[in-house]
Design a protein around this ligand. Structure first.
Ligand code: SAH
Length: 395
């Protein structure tokens, strides 16, 4: 039997069903498990805690597959887990609104390190742990059977793979990738670049928050910072925004965003696009005395872990303070953080600090999170990576 035995007192997080064991919590390893092997975890009192995937060198030494002692981690286990994840997405009824959907969301679906996104008849798989990597062929076969996709594409190129000692891997695993991949979301069309786009090609997590911007955008001058493929901008423009200025530092992202405007028959001109660093752009707009009615701030992850929180906090405060100053009285800010290392409490405090320094007061009109196909396991707060505040500034 391959086992790990925890140090006394180090079982607490597992008893709360947090699915990670850090290497420092381990007292002994028995049975010579290789990286990716399934091990059973015990307290130093020999009480069973969980079955998990083992890693001898990574900071996260075990990721839990199952809390049930009699459950075997085999092909049937992955079939059950994947079937369950797919049935839950069906239950959400998302297919009425979108042909893009996150089918598997890692720890939240009991499958640590595995992400599967669906774009129409295409699946994109992202593996971020040695445990999930071990079962890649099994997972692939099950996906083919359950989803009957035209193509399964791998985008295992996240930085977390390095921590797991895995090299990056991308490419077609099954079938053929269509030349042009377009999804429909709430009656809008978006081109998805699964080969080189960000994440697996599209920010599915912001779906509901984009729709909210659509509701608020009519007749407004809008600034969309960190626009990527223009999700928020397309919703705003369709809703009758007076103007939408979209900013991103990536030329490719802006090209994709402009294509998305064209796909939806939305007119735009060159003045509405800026390839620039948002930190500098916000200062330039301030110096030009530009004003907006609605500003969206959806930056990349400033704090991948809590150890980056202080530096990240300065970044969030800076852009939010500048945004508040660019707002007309009564304007709205939609501000987001996708940093796991920043809690929603801390995020709210940072934004409150920015408002104070900008000399404005504001109300929260919505607290936002990732769309429901990105569920958050109650015992895994790290899953609540995306937090958003929709703020109405006082007149
Ligand atoms: N709001 C988008 C997702 C944003 S992802 C959506 O709903 O689809 C973050 C984006 O920020 C990426 O497109 C990245 O290219 C861009 N980015 C990162 N750092 C930046 C910077 N300093 N200035 C401008 N854009 C930046």
């Amino acid at each position: 039997m391959k086992k790990i035995i925890l140090k006394a007192g180090k079982e607490k997080s597992l008893l709360r069903r947090h699915p990670w064991v850090y290497s420092g919590a381990i007292s002994r390893v028995e049975g010579h498990p290789s990286d990716g092997d399934t091990v059973s975890i015990y307290t130093n009192q020999k009480i069973f805690l969980a079955h998990a995937a083992f890693h001898s060198k990574a900071p996260i030494a075990a990721r839990v597959w199952s809390w049930q002692q009699d459950e075997r981690i085999d092909e049937a286990f992955f079939y059950r887990k994947l079937t369950h994840a797919l049935e839950f997405r069906k239950e959400l009824g998302l297919s009425q609104f979108s042909t893009g959907c996150r089918l598997v969301h890692g720890e939240s679906d009991g499958l640590p390190g595995l992400v599967i996104d669906q774009y129409g008849r295409i699946l994109v798989m992202q593996i971020g742990s040695v445990g999930a990597e071990r079962w890649r062929e099994v997972i692939l076969d099950i996906l083919k059977g359950l989803c009957n996709p035209d193509c399964i594409y791998e985008r295992s190129d996240t930085d977390v793979r390095e921590l797991e000692g895995l090299t990056k891997h991308t490419g077609v695993l099954w079938g053929e990738l269509p030349h042009d991949l377009i999804i429909e979301e709430n009656g809008l069309y978006f081109a998805v670049d699964v080969m080189t786009g960000q994440k697996t090609g599209f920010y599915l997590d912001q779906r509901d928050n984009r729709a909210k911007i659509g509701i608020l955008a009519k007749d407004k001058d809008i600034l969309n910072c960190f626009c990527y493929s223009g999700g928020f901008s397309v919703y705003a423009k369709r809703a009758g925004a007076k103007s939408v200025l979209s900013v991103d530092s990536s030329e490719e992202a802006l090209k994709l965003a402009q294509r998305n405007f064209a796909l939806n028959g939305l007119a735009t001109d060159f003045q509405e696009w800026q390839c620039a660093d948002v930190f500098q752009m916000l200062r330039k707009l301030r110096d030009q005395n530009r004003k907006f009615d609605l500003i969206i701030l959806d930056p990349p992850k400033f704090a991948p872990t809590a150890s980056f929180a202080a530096k990240a906090a300065r970044g969030y405060k800076d852009i939010n303070l500048l945004a508040f100053k660019l707002l007309r009285p009564g304007g709205i800010v939609a501000t987001y953080s996708c940093s796991s290392g920043i809690s929603s409490d801390l995020f709210q405090k940072i934004i409150a600090g920015a408002a104070l320094d900008a000399g404005i007061s504001a109300h929260i009109i919505a607290q936002q999170m990732a769309a429901p196909d990105h569920p958050i396991l109650l015992s895994f707060p790290e899953g609540a990576y995306l937090k958003g505040l929709l703020l109405k500034v006082s007149d």
